[in-house]
Design a protein around this ligand. Sequence first.
Ligand code: HEM
Length: 654
Amino acid sequence: MVWLSRQPRAFYVQVIILSVFLASPTFRKQLTQTWCKLAQIHRTSKACDQKLSTTLLSPSKALVSLKLSSTSRAIPSTIQTKPSSPVFPTELVTDSCPVNRINDPSEWQLETTDDFTTTRYVGDEMQSQCPFSGSKQFAQSSVNNSGMDGRLVYKDIPQLRCPNYSSAQPFEEMPTPKSYPVVGTTLTLMAFGGAAHLHEYCDSRHKELGPIYREKLGPTECVFIADSSMVQKVYSNEGRFPNHMVPEAWTIYNEITGVKRGLFFMDGPEWERRRKGMNKVFLAQPIISEYTESFNEVVTDVLNKWSSLVESNKDENGRSGLLTQLERELYNWSIESLSTMIFGRRLGCVETSHDLRYKTHKMDQVHLFVQCVQQLFVESAKMTLLPARLAQRFNLPVWQRFMEAADQALRLARSYVEENVKAAQDDPENGSRGVLEMLLAQPQIDQEELIRIIVDLFLAAADTTSHATQWALYLLSKNPEYQEKILKQVESVVGKNGTVREEHLKHFTLVKGVIKETLRLYPVAPFISRKLDRDIVLGGYQIPANTLLAISLYTTGRDEKYWTDAKSFKPERWVREESNKKIINSHASLPFGLGIRSCVGRRVAEVQMQFLLSRIIQKFYFEPGNKEDIGIKLRMITTPESPIHLRLVERSAV
Ligand code: HEM
């Protein structure tokens, strides 16, 4: 169908095919049934006269309420809702189905509320214009601060194709930039600074061409989307096995080396099976809670280490020194923390105590691993424009560097994971085994598969958490008034110099606001990709199934349409209190993605960051160590253009 709809002559072929279908008795019967059902829906909707409001206590004890109501009339009957699984993402499944009574999406609104944010979706935003899109999911929304997804799932939705597809504008009519033979638009992108500035390039394309446009970058044509209701529509049509794009270089690498990979590289039922197992571990608050004390201990060691680093690095005036290796330090922190959760053991790359030889060796290994991961991201970003297949076939230097870094990173991660899996198995009595045991208990999982899943978890976790935190510290150093506000809030909860514990985190609304605000302005993944298995209409254009879609998070996160004073760092915009009940359009900032394929490490990352940020502010006051502002350089993820330095001053010394 994709091929047909793109050919001019194909129109006639489609007409013939449609005529044959129309002539078919089965098809006619289905069509009649559908119309009858729609008519019944319409009739029932007229009889509506009540309201639905459901409240759900999430496992984290955060109050999450989902309210579905009509702007012009009310929902007919009370609906029984129950969380379908003990862990999030939780589905609220209704047995009696209000969707049977909804015929005009513009009449409805959905509100999700937690103790932090209220998000309201009205009409099309909620329903993505197409209630009968073939998805069983009628409305989906993220519940912001609890880091979970609340979803309303309605049964009995007829599996129909989006009804307005044929009347929408053809795909080819979608705005696209002027391109030249052979080089396409590459020269313009080069003028922006190449793949390292793809986010700014696409941002300017959105300004020129609107919230949806298509462009062939390198080998692949992609539709870029920067509109919150379109984003929501994409997610609500992602189906049971959401599909995202894996960089071509990685696919080729896996193909030629025969290496099998983890969750990010899986698809279909294999992905679903493993993802469900991972959700039970990584998104379950009670399980994360078991490891928060270890996360906290790692932070203690990190801060002590930084304290001695800056103490030994004072300037000639005796001013506290700079922390110049922030990126590396944060990498170590993030890997060390994850290690305590997965293996129940410390990696040893943060503290500087007894067995120095062993520690130093480990630290070197981690450092090498970190360098390889960074190299990997740099080289695969370069191959966004250059077909990776070509680079591989001609064994270009970029490909060689990519291969070398990938081999090295996977080898290092693998040997570390193997060593720890073995240690945990050989000596089950010795201390905690981390979540390894739970992961091993998954059905039909063998050690080999587990190792590759864990290796990829480390790859996914280290860079993302450390860079998000690095940007947060950078923004806080440039906006010191927030350091003071946070200190005030932390002290009001734990007292002066009190010890921060897990139960305090929920009160640190401003710290949570800092994390959200940082990721709004500096989304670690500036684009999220999807390929849908069905045709949909976006922005009035036909989008055939399997089209590559890229959600431009960088653009929506800085769009004045969604954020007042969008370019400013204002963590309090996320804090919901009596004086601030503004509704946030959460689909305009989705740094962890949304729905069933969103980031599985979200809660872990958030808890780790909340500890680090609240505690660094208790201990230090910090200033920017760089004279200039620091821009973004994409290495697949959003990284600083030049190293960020911080000047840390111990509060106790002030
Ligand atoms: C601030 C930190 C982080 C950010 C901003 C982040 C962001 C993301 C994003 C945007 C995605 C893609 C979502 C989508 O396609 O809809 C993703 C996927 C993923 N993330 Fe994270 N992530 C972070 C931390 C972590 C951590 C700590 C872990 C591991 C514990 C992790 C493991 C993964 C995995 C395994 C996937 C693939 C999920 C799947 O395909 O089902 N991430 N992350």
